[in-house]
Design a protein around this ligand. Structure first.
Ligand SMILES: [Zn+2]
Ligand SMILES: [Zn+2]
Ligand SMILES: [Zn+2]
Length: 86
């Protein structure tokens, strides 16, 4: 059984020796080609946004040193658009 790559970066691309795949690449870990891997990644679980850490944005009250008791997220993250997931 081929192992599954958990993350798109886990794929180790090598030239494919499959005759239907001439000139193509295949992952030597899981056996997917880049196209399947892209679909797989697209269908996978949404990932926590690397930019806001899943918060969906950050707090900005205009003060250099924020002293808000309960900082509210009022600036939506421009990477995930405020969902916290990508
Ligand atoms: Zn792989
Ligand atoms: Zn974000
Ligand atoms: Zn504040």
């Amino acid at each position: 059984m081929p192992r599954r790559c958990r993350d798109i970066e886990d794929h180790e691309w090598v030239p494919s020796d499959n005759p239907q795949h001439v000139g193509g690449m295949v992952c030597q870990v899981c056996g997917l080609d880049p196209e399947d891997a892209a679909i797989e990644d697209y269908c996978g679980e949404p990932e926590t946004c690397w930019h806001c850490g899943g918060d969906g944005g950050h707090h900005d009250c205009g003060e250099d040193t924020c002293c808000c008791a309960d900082p509210e997220i009022n600036v939506p993250c421009n990477v995930c658009g405020g969902t916290g997931e990508i």
